[in-house]
Design a protein around this ligand. Structure first.
Ligand code: B3K
Ligand code: ZN
Length: 853
């Protein structure tokens, strides 16, 4: 078994060498692409003599030092490096390598997606293209010449501005690109293919004209308009909000079907998973529209937070990712309902990040130890990282935050820096002390904040005691107190007060006076910190918050708490009768028709994963049963109201605006309850048959999959026939199949993996079946026979050889076995052990298995 070495943040050393310029030439070929790299290299210290370049899966053809070919005794080459002596302070090195893009199923480096060549270099994929100092603090000026067949690859793209193009022999042509900005190699990109092109332009506030180009597969141009509009909105928003303008004359986006993640912010040439570009009403849901806009914005915002100022080393990943997620979340909140956007962010934290933070791969937002960097593109680095930036925003206020960001760019534009540099800029601009706050960067785990309150009727004084505790995690035994901003509301008849409390030690008290009766405490308004709250509140207090809090997040959260309290009772007491007052409380929320999207969120129960996090270790089937029971209780109790809401909205025409999107969310929420009552199954079928948009069609099918509605298979067959040639829609079809709640699910899964359109080589397709099953079909994924775990493990074993990154994502559902009862822990562990003995186990899986077993 290969041993993989861990790398540590504490071992960081600056590079001995700089690469000042790199001129690349690609002669594209499916299996033998020739890459010629000419680099001007200089020494950073006079002691430096041997350069060690990173390189993997490369065939070395030749190395030249100042134009003289080195012979084999003058360099050393092994599986992951090429090294030789650098005798001069400045020199030129030329390296020729050969690579095989067509057989590159890992989708890192240069690979083929459909008929097109494209690249993915972050984090360490450039070393699969050529030998290089593949680290983000080595920044060079790139010039790239791309040569390929003229008919197959009419578009030849790379970063920056096009400076030359022309014809060559053998029906080939070339284009040369020059990127005027220094950049690390992870931001390098190349695309060659035949596409439809959507063009537009944008004028920045300072008057610069920018050409906007979106490249999509032939026939998909009409589906690129939403992405283009989203790009222009993002550009405008970043100018208005942060004074940040785009800096090149051209911004290109290419959509490809084979992609490991969402998208990549390469300078001037973003490469996107087509899922986050293409949208029209027939094929994309309202959620897809939202996500396209958010990902387009995210990658665009990286141009400043990521590209202009980048990371010194990969341990600093949250420097760019946490900050950019925060920026895209703020953008989405400004474009849509701020409350609903915030609720969606919080659900991700509670359902997924909290469990990552408590699981075997627990790490701080700035990890200290990494084996495979791709394993650290996590919810912790991204989403919790964004929550940390949001806390700074809350503590500093909007204006000081902006001043801090201005200072950050003023100090570090064009450099590769650290999270500490960022926080220091914020502290200097706002003139506040953030020393304690920095602990959020180095401490993993989710703090639990315990709330105790008391009221003195004689003095009218209300007191809150807060204490914080972070439990030990796999990576860190000792935890310390953090600086936690806690927004609260004190709700009473005389008017609600809002306060921001700064909890900085293990225990702290606050007193508020002048009350005639005890106020109701709305705790953690807008989810002001990524913490768990330990606070027993009565149903009547929760009901007050649900109707009277000023902060909409608090209203929603009180409802969620009411649901989870009820679920907890159902689980612990099999004879528990859900109180009828729950229906009365919920009924009041249905009457408020000001924000339909928010009502839909209020009626969405905390999901399985959020509840596991609260009740672990737990028998998952008991939890699924309790959720089903509560849902049915609500469906019966509010049948009339839900039906009348449904009927009032059922035939409204499709529009793509906030009101219409909210109406659809409310209607489909109602349907998800009504479908629990067999007498309403016809609604589902009718909606599926009459819908003219994917949101409604999918909602009908989803309800049918989870309730095994009789017509499910017939509807799915018609759906398949209609969409078999539309890749992104077929991904939805596979996900619906995976969510099916019938006991023959395992036969169905087997057939699905043998379906002519199924392939593990396409990450979206693999995730749409395997990921969706593990994530959304908890009843069968966790079924007592262990077949659910076995199915997942089988697929991971196959993916290990094909695409380690995708395999490593999917294993999350198995490594968090501590969340479940002992019986299931053992079943899950035995599957993990089976994966652990695979020959050629990838570094990605090995790191996670070592942590979990
Ligand atoms: N920076 C990329 C993610 C790269 C992931 C590499 N495994 C996309 C993004 O966060 O915008
Ligand atoms: Zn990002």
């Amino acid at each position: 078994m290969t041993e993989f070495n861990a790398r540590y943040l504490k071992d960081y050393l600056p590079s001995d060498f700089s690469i000042n310029t790199i001129d690349l030439t690609f002669e594209l070929d499916d299996n033998k692409t020739k890459v010629t790299s000419v680099m001007s290299i200089s020494k950073n210290t006079s002691e430096a003599n041997k350069i060690i370049l990173n390189g993997e899966q490369l065939k070395l053809i030749a190395v030249y030092y100042n134009d003289t070919a080195l012979n084999a005794s003058e360099y050393q080459v092994d599986d992951d490096s090429l090294s030789f002596l650098i005798k001069d302070n400045e020199c030129t090195v030329k390296i020729v390598t050969e690579i095989d893009p067509e057989n590159n199923t890992s989708l890192e480096g240069l690979f083929k997606s459909g008929g097109a060549f494209c690249t993915q270099c972050e984090a360490e994929g450039f070393r699969r293209i050529t030998y290089y100092l593949d680290r983000p603090d080595v920044m060079a000026k790139f010039t790239t010449k791309v040569i390929a067949d003229k008919n197959l690859y009419p578009y030849l793209l790379s970063n920056g501005n096009k400076i030359d193009s022309g014809d060559l022999n053998n029906n080939r042509h070339f284009v040369t690109w020059e990127d005027p900005f220094l950049k690390p190699c992870y931001l390098f990109a190349l695309v060659a293919g035949d596409f439809d092109l959507l063009q537009d332009s944008y004028k920045t506030t300072s008057g610069r004209d920018v050409r906007l180009e979106i490249f999509v597969d032939k026939g998909n141009k009409t589906k690129a308009h939403h992405a283009m509009a989203s790009l222009k909105h993002s550009m405008r928003w970043d100018e208005d909000t942060f004074g940040l303008e785009y800096d090149l004359d051209i911004y290109m986006i290419v959509a490809v079907d084979f992609f490991n993640m969402g998208a990549m912010e390469n300078k001037g040439l973003n490469v996107f998973n087509s899922k986050f570009v293409l949208a029209d009403k027939e094929t994309a849901t309202d959620t897809d529209y939202f996500n396209v806009e958010a990902v387009i914005a995210h990658e665009y915002f990286h141009n400043w937070t990521g590209n202009r100022v980048t990371c010194r080393d990969w341990f600093q990943l949250s420097l760019k990712e946490g900050l950019t997620v925060f920026r895209d979340q703020q953008f989405s909140a400004d474009m849509h309902s701020a409350a609903v956007t915030r609720i969606k962010n919080v659900r991700v934290m509670r359902a997924q990040q909290f469990s990552e933070d408590a699981g075997p791969m627990s790490h701080p937002i700035r990890p200290e130890k990494v084996v495979e960097m791709n394993n650290f593109y996590t919810l912790t680095v991204y989403e919790k990282g964004s929550e940390v930036i949001r806390m700074l925003h809350t503590l500093l206020g909007k204006d000081k935050f902006r001043q801090g960001l201005d200072l950050y760019f003023q100090r570090f534009d064009g450099q590769a820096v650290t999270c500490d540099d960022f926080v220091t800029a914020m502290a200097d601009a706002a003139k506040i002390d953030l020393i304690l706050f920095k602990r959020w960067y180095s401490q993993s785990g989710t703090p639990i904040v315990k709330v105790e309150e008391s009221f003195n009727t004689n003095s009218g004084e209300y007191q809150i005691n807060l204490s914080q505790l972070t439990l030990p995690t796999k990576d860190q035994a000792t935890k310390y107190a953090l600086h936690i901003p806690i927004a609260i509301e004190l709700i009473n008849n005389e008017g609600t007060q809002s306060h921001l409390l700064e909890l900085k030690s293990d225990n702290q008290q606050w007193r508020f006076s002048g009350f005639h009766e005890k106020p109701t405490l709305g705790f953690l308004a807008n989810f002001s910190a990524p913490v768990k709250v330990d606070f027993e509140q009565s149903n009547s207090d929760l009901a007050i918050i649900m109707t009277s809090a000023k902060d909409k997040f608090l209203r929603w959260d009180a409802g969620q708490k009411l649901f989870s309290n009820t679920i907890s009772q159902i689980i612990t007491d099999t004879n528990y009768q859900i109180p009828a007052e729950l229906i009365d409380i919920l009924a009041t929320q249905l009457c408020d028709n000001s924000d339909p999207a928010l009502i839909a969120e209020q009626f969405t129960l905390p999901n399985f994963h959020e509840l596991v996090e609260q009740f672990k270790p737990i028998n998952p089937i008991k939890l699924v049963d309790a959720l089903d029971k509560l849902k049915l209780f609500i469906a019966k109790g509010l049948e009339k109201q839900l039906l009348s809401i449904y009927q009032a909205l059922a035939d409204k025409p499709y529009l793509n605006n906030a009101q219409s999107i909210g109406d659809r969310a409310l209607k489909n929420m109602s349907l998800s309850y009504l479908v629990l009552l067999p007498e309403h199954h016809d609604l589902v079928k009718r909606q599926y048959l009459t819908s003219d948009n994917m949101t409604d069609a999918l909602a009908a099918l989803q309800s049918s999959a989870t309730q095994t509605v009789e017509s499910f298979d017939a509807m799915m067959a018609s759906f398949e026939q209609r969409w078999e040639n539309t890749t992104l829609v077929m991904d939805k079809w596979f996900s619906l199949q995976a969510a099916y709640k019938g006991s023959n699910i395992f036969e169905r899964l087997k057939n699905l993996t043998e379906h002519s359109l199924f392939s593990l080589k396409n990450p979206n397709r693999a995730r749409s079946l395997i990921g969706a099953f593990a994530q959304n079909n908890s009843r069968y994924f966790h079924c007592e026979t262990g077949r659910g775990y076995q199915f997942l493990a089988d697929q991971i074993c196959s993916l290990n050889a094909i695409n380690p990154q995708v395999a490593s994502r999917l294993i999350t559902a198995l490594i968090q076995y501590q969340d479940f009862d002992e019986y299931r822990q053992n079943l899950m562990k035995s599957q993990l052990e089976r994966i652990a003995i695979l020959p050629n186990l990838s570094k990605d899986l090995k790191e996670k298995l070592d942590a979990a077993l």
